[in-house]
Design a protein around this ligand. Structure first.
Ligand SMILES: Nc1ncnc2c1ncn2[C@@H]1O[C@H](COP(=O)(O)OP(=O)(O)OP(=O)(O)O)[C@@H](O)[C@H]1O
Ligand SMILES: O=C(O)c1ccc[n+]([C@@H]2O[C@H](COP(=O)([O-])O)[C@@H](O)[C@H]2O)c1
Length: 201
């Protein structure tokens, strides 16, 4: 049985918080692999992502290129529309009946878990691995017991980085170097994404 962690996200852009969350979940929960799945349209976020689907996918691919146990899947981008996790997990389980899946989520997503589409069904198909992030205090005690008991918590160093703040910094001409992997930083600057200053060097 291969144990897979699903790291779903908008990744607009991917940053070191995502990578350290995935690595920590993999180590602490003894996962064999983590599959990064960029969303098409994220269910609980308003407004369209700042970068295109293809660019978000390419940034994830570049970010994880050196970690053999990480993969990126375009399953939600190919499906299009709102990226409900239940649809993704059902299709992954059909394709990989011999794998087990755990969904990796940060504090903000832990807190809104009860609002996820068909959450009771999803919680029967996956367990959740929760990681804390400094901007949001996780309050699992507010979740119904049947959801709370499906979450295992993993430790990671507090990484106070969000994609929102990175987009704001880029638009304001501030540096995001080292907050994203070098390859992602170079892609963003080369293309002038997020209103960043273009750098053709
Ligand atoms: N710094 C972090 N520490 C722990 N988990 C994180 C961190 N940043 C993101 N995550 C988790 O990674 C998953 C994907 O996050 P997402 O792509 O929405 O990034 P984000 O930084 O929250 O983006 P945005 O600021 O645009 O909302 C979510 O489960 C989120 O909780
Ligand atoms: O299925 C849902 O209703 C649902 C609601 C909120 C978030 N998710 C998933 O959780 C992951 C992180 O979401 P986000 O908005 O932080 O990028 C991403 O894969 C989303 O598709 C899923």
């Amino acid at each position: 049985m291969i144990k897979v962690g699903i790291m779903g996200g908008t990744f607009d852009p991917i940053h070191i918080g995502h990578l350290i969350a995935a690595e920590s979940a993999m180590a602490e929960c003894r996962l064999d692999e983590v599959w990064f799945i960029p969303t098409s349209s994220p269910p609980l976020k308003s407004g369209a992502p700042g970068a295109s689907e293809n660019d978000r996918y390419e940034m994830v691919a570049a970010a994880i290129a050196n970690q053999d146990r990480f993969r990126v899947l375009d399953i939600e981008l190919r499906r299009g529309g709102t990226s409900y996790s239940i649809d993704t997990v059902q299709s992954l389980r059909e394709q990989h009946p011999d794998h087990s899946f755990a969904y990796i989520i940060g504090s903000d997503r832990i807190n809104d878990l009860a609002k996820w589409h068909r959450i009771e069904e999803l919680a029967e198909l996956v367990t959740f691995i929760g990681l804390s992030r400094p901007e949001t205090t996780a309050t699992p005690e507010l979740l119904p017991e049947e959801l709370r008991c499906r979450i295992t918590f993993a430790e990671m160093p507090a990484i106070g980085i969000s994609s929102t703040v990175l987009r704001e910094r880029l638009a304001a001409g501030k540096s995001i170097r080292y907050r994203v992997p070098d390859a992602v930083y170079a892609m963003i600057r080369r293309h002038g994404w997020y209103g960043s200053t273009r750098d053709d060097r």
